[in-house]
Structure formats: structure tokens, C-alpha cells
Design a protein around this ligand. Sequence first.
Ligand SMILES: [Mg+2]
Length: 259
Amino acid sequence: MPSPRPLRLAVVAGDAKEVGELVLKGYSRPIAAYNSCGLGLKETPEAVADEAEKLLGDNFRAVKLRLGYPTWQEDLAAVRAVRRRIGDGAALMVDYNQALSLAAALERGRMLDDENIDWLEEPIRHDDYAGSARLARELKTPIQIGENFSLVSSMEAALAAGAADYVMPDLERIGGVTGWQRAAALAAEHRLPMSSHLFPEVSAHLLAATPTCHFLEYVDWADRVVREPLRIVDGRAVIPDRPGSGVVWDDKAVERYRV
Ligand SMILES: [Mg+2]
């Protein structure tokens, strides 16, 4: 067996000249990913299930569904339609994008507790850590927050409040690679599974160097401007065997989309 390849990220200056190299404490390996390219609110539960099936395709084993329909009955109908379609073997996460009051989150969370949901993401205002802590205590489904952590200090405050079962910092908002590494250490200290938010091309590397690595949020948004889009095989993102982040820009496409 070949020895594991260390993770090396190129460090670039403002003028995009490489000025150094950062070796992450981890090794290149496939990272479990869920498809987050859609599943917004739709007219009917069947339409949601159709899209979930398409997103799962041959390569994924997990998808994320947006909730926050006007009534809890519609939330439940969407979840059940998707679960029926994707089967029990696939992971299903749900995301409220901060849509609920605490009272509504308790009500809808209890209603969803027996629906085999892998996490309940941002049910209430992202910075209501006391409210989120109550949800984490009272609901069976794990509470996921973190895309709105602004620097590691807010993640520290959230974890001190017991506001989450899982965390998913955003590479940009948490403070880049340095912020991510601090966040990963903090998650490890609290023994909380840590996922990523967006930027899958770079986040995959960082998750491979995250002690409590959980899930990569996969979106295909960069596919139009990179030469080789991030590959997902058997539900896992394959970290490319190229220098730095492994991203090779399609210069013509970048030029076309320049504003
Ligand atoms: Mg989210």
C-alpha cells in the first residue's frame, strides 16, 4: 500500500504568487459528502422527492433538504416523500436557514424527531445560542449550526453555551485556513463532529485534517470555472493529487464570467 500523501496547501500572496506552503496535519483521503445543490421549497412533496432522487444519482449517499414551509404538515410531508424515495440507506439532513421562532422550532423539531433525520440545521436565528442550546437538550435529532460563525470567537461562545451537537464552519467566515484549523481543534476538544459549508474544493482538504471530520457540503458552483471539477465517488469527495488546493482554473471561463 502506498504511504498516505500529506496535505499541502499553497499559500498565496495578494498578487496570487505562491509564497509558501502550508502542510496540514492530515492525510489525503476520500471525504464523505452530501449533495447540497438544490432541494429548496417546492410546490409538492413529490416534486421534492423527484429532485432528491436526481441529486442522489449514482454517486451520492446523502442529500440535504430545505424546510420551513408555512405549516408543519408540509414540512413533514416533504421529509416523508423524500425518505420514501431515497430509502433508509441514504443520509438526509434538513436545513431551516433560521426560519423558525424557538417555540416553532421546538414544535417542529419534536414532530421530526422520529423521521430518521441526520441533523436539523439552523432552525432558529444563528446567534441565539441559548435557544439553540435548549433545542439541543430537548430534541433527539442532532442540532447543526456554524455556517454563520464569524471567526472562531463566535464558535467558542456557541460551544460554551452548548448550542450545537454538530458544527459546520464556513471557510471564509471562520477566518480562512488558520481560522479553520483553530475551529477544528475546538471541535475536537468538545468532541463535536465537524462538517463544512460551501467551498468544497478547499474544504475537502481541510476536513481531511479535521480530527472530528463529519461531512463535506458539496455544491457544484465552481464547476464552470475549473478544469477538473471535484469528483464524488461512492458518496465521497476525492481529493485531487495535484499541488496546493488542486484547483486548476479554466482561464477562458474565468475571463467569460469576470465582472
Ligand atoms: Mg445551512
